[in-house]
Design a protein around this ligand. Structure first.
Ligand SMILES: *Cc1c(COP(=O)(O)O)cnc(C)c1O
Length: 511
């Protein structure tokens, strides 16, 4: 073993010992399965030999577990740790922006004036809440350079639906019934083509080039594939920065070509964390985009709470977005509904959207300020490039030669696969070592991809631990110590699950 390999090997072992966080700690049955029938919970047991004095038939066994309050509490507290979360540790799930949710946001959302109001209250009694929504609209509009904002969509995919329905509505109002095709690069998130199809469009694929980006040539080829003027093209859905973690360098030229053909540019804004305060999507030709408040603006997500996917649009598309939006009239604020906005495509959601998420997102924005938000994206990009620079020799880094990445680093298992170890094995090994795996096998542009997004909220120390473990894996695999990688995770209560079977034949009832 070389000296360098020895150092890595030691650090790798220390990492295991220091964290001690291997797999998931607890394993216990459901309360229902516990035999507590002899132990009183809150109520004392029925005294023996007493006849019912109510005159009705005595209630039979109803099968509730007989457990005390501390037993219930401990059971659920332990259970709450079974799922790995951002509050447990490093969670580098690419494209998902698993950043720390500052507790200040939670505190603001729990203020009685925010938490105890009802969406059906008269507007005059919730002026503060409407003002908050109006200010959030203004921040989003300022950051995106897009003046139309609709806060209602409940998630990123819901925002995509809102955005594409807005585009469909605009074409409908203009009599563009022939515009039925939407161009989508093959690096796109699966929700993009799904959304386009749900809105009645046909999807045309744009291949990603060797650089990980869409080239003008490839775009032109797709745009004019069926007709000289691309008359049938309604728009395109492009994620920027894209899911390879790269800024689409030719995006202005591509957007111009699309606009000349009368199409609208939908930008999937899930990766906005890399751009905030640096680039306004409205300036690179975007007509409508969604923003994942639960990614970029730190509201909880994954089992942690409802999402929120507001959309921002150009002035041209603003009349068509779903209702309601908040407007300022003199000194007061009001919601505008169908009566006020005759060109809207209608309502997409009950009431005004996820108000608690609006509070959290605005608290996050205001506590950072404009300069702080710019720093967020700079640090997010710096963190990802640090990971890339440290791991690009141990793992195949397909685009590293072309320059820095944005806020996520893309690797593949090309080198490890030669030794029979795959991306799946590496992800399972990370679980064993106490990390949430990165995003795996996405994007689909290359085999065995690993998309790593550390986010700006991780310390160098935690990123270094991850790098050390990843380097350790690569060194072990290179040295031929590969057997264990097919067995990981070893310390979790469940080992390798049949994920395909679980998805295809979900068992939704516990019996
Ligand atoms: C997360 C994500 C979405 C979907 O957002 P949800 O809130 O999960 O519906 C869409 N596109 C990309 C690129 C994403 O990363």
């Amino acid at each position: 073993m070389s000296a360098e390999a020895k150092v890595i090997d030691m650090a790798y072992k220390i990492q295991q010992a220091e964290d001690g966080n291997r797999g998931l700690h607890y394993e216990e049955n459901l309360l229902w399965e516990k035999e507590y029938s002899d132990e009183p919970g809150v109520d004392l047991p029925e005294p023996a030999g007493l006849a019912s004095r109510t005159g009705v038939e005595v209630r039979g066994e109803i099968g509730l577990p007989n457990v005390s309050e501390p037993q219930v509490l401990r059971h659920f507290v332990r259970m709450s740790t079974w799922n790995y979360s951002i509050d447990h540790g490093f969670f580098p799930l690419g494209s998902c922006t698993m950043k720390h949710n500052p507790r200040l946001n939670e505190k603001m959302a729990r203020l009685p004036g925010h938490a105890h109001i009802h969406p059906a209250q008269p507007e005059s009694t919730v002026q503060g809440a409407l003002k908050l929504m109006y200010e959030l609209q203004s921040w989003l509009s300022e950051m995106t350079g897009l003046p139309g904002v609709c806060l209602t969509p409940a998630a990123g995919a819901h925002g995509e639906l809102a955005g594409m329905m807005t585009i469909a509505r605009a074409h409908e109002q203009k009599g563009n019934t022939h515009k039925k095709v939407v161009l989508i690069p093959d690096s796109a998130h699966g929700t993009n083509p799904a959304t386009a199809v749900m809105c009645g469009f046909k999807v045309r694929n744009v291949p990603t080039g060797d650089t990980g980006c869409v080239t003008v040539e490839a775009f032109k080829e797709a745009l004019y594939a069926e007709s000289e003027d691309a008359a049938e093209v309604a728009g395109m859905m492009v994620t920027n920065p894209n899911t390879c973690g790269l800024f689409e360098k030719d995006i202005v030229e591509i957007a111009d070509l699309l606009h000349k053909a009368g199409g609208y540019f939908y930008c999937d804004g899930a990766n906005f964390n890399a751009l905030v305060g640096k680039v306004r999507p409205g300036d690179f030709g975007v007509d409508v985009m969604h923003i994942n408040l639960h990614k970029t603006f730190s509201t909880p997500h994954g089992g942690g709470g409802p999402g929120s996917g507001p959309i921002c649009t150009s002035a041209e598309l603003a009349p068509y977005v779903p209702v309601p939006t908040v407007v300022k009239k003199g000194d007061s604020y009001a919601l505008e509904w169908e009566e006020d906005r005759p060109e809207t495509f209608g309502r997409l959601k009950g009431f005004q959207g996820q108000f608690g998420m609006f509070v959290r997102a605005l608290a996050y924005m205001m506590s950072h300020g404009a300069d702080g938000l710019r720093q967020v994206s700079e640090d997010a990009v710096l963190g990802a490039n640090y990971v890339l620079s440290q791991l690009k020799d141990d793992y195949h880094a397909p685009y590293a030669a072309n320059g820095p990445c944005m806020h996520e680093a893309l690797l593949t298992d090309k080198k490890q696969k030669e030794a029979g170890v795959t991306t799946l094995d590496i992800a399972k090994a990370l679980t064993e070592y106490g990390f949430h795996p990165m995003t795996v096998y996405f994007p689909l542009v290359l085999p065995g991809t690993m998309l790593i997004e550390p986010t700006e909220t991780e310390s160098k120390d935690s990123i270094d631990r991850f790098i050390t473990v990843m380097k350790g894996f690569a060194a072990d695999i290179k040295a031929g110590d590969t057997e264990k990688f097919h067995a990981f995770p070893l310390s979790t209560p469940r080992r390798r699950l049949d994920e395909v079977k679980a998805a295809r034949n979900p068992v939704l009832r516990w019996a």
